[in-house]
Every structure is written in structure tokens, then in C-alpha cells.
Design a binder for this molecule. Structure first.
Ligand code: DAU
Length: 343
């Protein structure tokens, strides 16, 4: 029997990962620790609650008492707990430093205190900054450019320092843009799907030519599982499916699947410091016999269908004051612009 603590497990990728562990390993016990901030929800793990191998704990990774009590009773810790939305980090960097850096410190301290426990830090391909050409290997320098990615890069350095200094058994994954069911509708794909379903504009930043590498959430979870079980201690692993697409192409596919008009896609003022391209070299992970199972077109169709048939899930989120406050603060004044004529 193995006991795995999944922090941030009521969020998007974390909840899929907790479910993946329980479905894949009958003898595992999984505990989710989640602060249930705006992006975490018990509805994401409602189906797991009755499983005797599963436990949920409401708490914050910044709280050393809570974290110590849980870490001492688990073999492995997989840390998804984080503020993750780049746009929010531009409005409010402080909460990113608090959770994404200080929270990792609290977790690492508990792992250090209770001996050798594998600690997996879920990081991001954004730590490389924009990769204008080619593909970043794990040895590429870290050049984060947003408060979000700078926080995640800082956390990584802390994790590496605990591995080097205290011999802690750590692994780091750097995942690319992930999509699928249950993703909070502030990220581009769920925002665009739900806006299109409501016949509302799809706000495309700048000229929409920025490139992201899209991976379906289940493929991302299997990749994390592979690194958790087989990753070399102290190792870093890129995760990406090689679906490099321009944002405009993704937006066009969404309206096409939904049978809506492309006129819903509206260019708006760009995100400050917007990274133009991310692309990671995933040879290291592929050598561990991982490869993505989902083609982007299939994953996107599946995701669109999920949002179409779960309107109560995202309509409830979108009707909340918190969501509307962020949306009006961020998008208000981002009036439609003609591509190429932005400031
Ligand atoms: O690359 C991995 C990262 O992917 C994760 O570490 C982050 O947590 C996750 O938020 C995501 O970061 P991005 O900034 O790439 O994701 P987002 O969905 O916010 O944006 C994807 C692209 O779409 C990006 O180029 C900005 C653009 N975009 C986004 C929004 C929300 C728009 O054009 N309009 C929008 O309204």
C-alpha cells in the first residue's frame, strides 16, 4: 500500500490526477489537501468522496501545522497547489508568491522533517520564458517573464536546493498548456468554449499568433504518474504533446466544432509581457515510454462536449461575484482592436 498526498487536488489537473491514481492503483490511498480557493471545488472530486481509499482535507499548504500532520502519514507528496492564472498574476502577484513559493517551502520543510518522502513539484513550461525557435530541453536556462512563471521558477530552485542540500528525493515536471473537462473558465480554452456557447465574444489577445503546445489533461496525468514512479531523484522532466498551435487556430476550431460564426472571435488589447511561443523537448519523458494518447482534435471535441453537457457546472462559476469581478477588472477596457494596430 502506498499513501499519496495530492495538494491542490480539488483543482483542474490535481483532481484528474487523484482520480487517475485511484483508478490505476487499487492498493493506493490518496489524500487531497485543498484550500478551496476560487478555482478549487469539491464538485471536481465529488465522485471520489465515497471511495474508502480516498480522503479530503480542507486546508492550506501555507499552514505548517496542517501540512506536517498530513506529510508525516504519507509516502509521497505531489504538489499541484498553486495560483495558476497568468492574467491574475499581473493584477495581484503577491498571492502567487505566497502560495507558489512559500507554500512549497512549507511542504519541503515537512518532507525534510519526516525523512525520505518523494516530493513531486508540478511546474510549468513557462519557466523557460518564450521559446521563439526550436524546443527547450530541461537544461535550457530559466527565463520566466510573468509574476506567475517567476513564482514557479523560484519554487523549482527551492526544490532543487532541498534535493542538493538535504538529499530530499524530489522530481519536477514542466507541463505545457493543459485542457479538458473541469478546467476553470478563465483559461483560454474553457473561456472560449463557454463564451461561444453563450454567443458572447471570444477575446483573443493581440493578433492571436502566439503559440502554445496543448496537452489533454489525461495525458498530462499519465506523464506525471510516469515521473512520480520512474523519475530519477533530483530530475526535471518536460511534459508536452507536441500540438503547437496559434491561439487564433484554437479559437477557430472551437467555433467550428460548435457551429458558431468566426465573427465571435474578437482581437482585444494584448496581455502585458505576453510570451509569444512555448515549445518543449520531451525526449527525456518519451524515453520512459510515455507518449500522448489524445489527438488535439479529439481532445478538443471531447472537451467541448463536456462543457456543452455540464452547463450547470460552469454557469454557476460564471455567475459568482468573484468571477465577474475578475472578468470586469481584466477585460473591461480591452476593447476590440484591429490586429497589428495595438499599442
Ligand atoms: O504553459 C503552461 C501554462 O499554461 C500553465 O503553467 C498555466 O498555469 C496556464 O494558465 C497556462 O498559461 P497560459 O497563459 O498559456 O494560459 P491561458 O489559457 O491563460 O492562455 C493561453 C493563450 O491564450 C495565451 O497565449 C493567452 C491567450 N489568451 C488567453 C485568454 C485567457 C487569449 O488570447 N485570450 C484570453 O482571454
Amino acid at each position: 500500500m502506498r499513501r499519496v498526498l495530492v495538494t491542490g487536488g480539488a483543482g483542474f489537473i490535481g483532481s484528474h490526477f487523484a482520480r487517475h491514481l485511484l483508478c490505476t492503483y487499487p492498493d493506493y490511498r490518496v489524500t487531497v489537501l485543498d484550500a478551496l480557493t476560487y478555482a478549487g471545488s469539491l464538485s471536481n472530486i465529488a465522485d471520489l468522496m465515497s471511495d474508502p481509499r480516498f480522503a479530503f482535507y480542507h486546508g492550506d499548504v501555507r499552514d505548517p501545522v496542517v501540512v506536517r500532520n498530513l506529510v508525516r502519514n504519507h509516502d509521497w507528496v505531489v504538489n499541484f497547489a498553486a495560483e495558476t492564472h497568468v492574467d491574475r498574476s499581473i493584477l495581484n502577484p503577491g498571492s502567487f508568491l505566497q502560495t507558489d513559493v512559500y507554500g512549497v517551502y512549507v511542504l519541503l520543510e515537512a518532507c525534510r522533517e519526516f525523512g525520505s518522502r518523494r516530493f513531486l513539484q508540478v511546474s510549468t513550461d513557462e519557466v523557460y520564458g518564450e521559446v521563439l525557435e526550436g524546443f527547450a530541453t530541461e537544461e535550457a536556462p530559466l527565463r520566466p517573464r510573468s509574476p506567475y512563471s517567476a513564482s514557479k521558477a523560484s519554487a523549482e530552485l527551492l526544490v532543487q536546493a532541498y534535493h542538493t542540500t538535504y538529499g530530499l528525493d524530489t522530481v519536477i515536471t514542466r507541463g505545457s498548456n493543459t485542457y479538458g473537462p473541469n478546467q476553470y473558465p478563465e483559461k483560454m480554452i474553457p473561456l472560449f468554449i463557454t463564451n461561444a456557447l453563450e454567443d458572447r465574444p471570444l477575446p483573443l489577445y493581440g493578433d492571436g499568433s502566439q503559440v502554445r503546445d496543448w496537452i489533454y489533461v489525461e495525458d498530462h496525468c499519465v506523464a506525471i504518474d510516469t515521473v512520480l514512479h520512474h523519475g530519477e531523484s533530483g530530475g526535471v522532466y518536460n511534459i508536452g504533446a507536441g500540438n503547437l498551435l496559434k491561439n487564433r487556430e484554437v479559437a477557430e476550431k472551437i467555433v467550428e466544432i460548435l457551429g458558431k460564426s468566426v465573427s465571435l472571435i474578437q482581437s482585444v488589447a494584448d496581455r502585458p509581457g505576453h510570451d509569444r511561443r512555448y515549445a518543449v523537448d520531451t525526449s527525456r519523458l518519451r524515453q520512459m515510454r510515455w507518449s500522448p494518447r489524445w489527438r488535439f482534435e479529439d481532445g478538443l471535441r471531447h472537451t467541448v462536449e463536456w462543457y456543452r453537457s455540464h452547463s450547470e457546472w460552469w454557469k454557476e462559476i460564471k455567475s459568482k461575484k468573484e468571477y465577474q469581478q475578475f472578468a470586469s477588472q481584466w477585460y473591461h477596457g480591452r476593447a476590440p482592436v484591429t490586429p497589428g494596430q495595438e499599442e
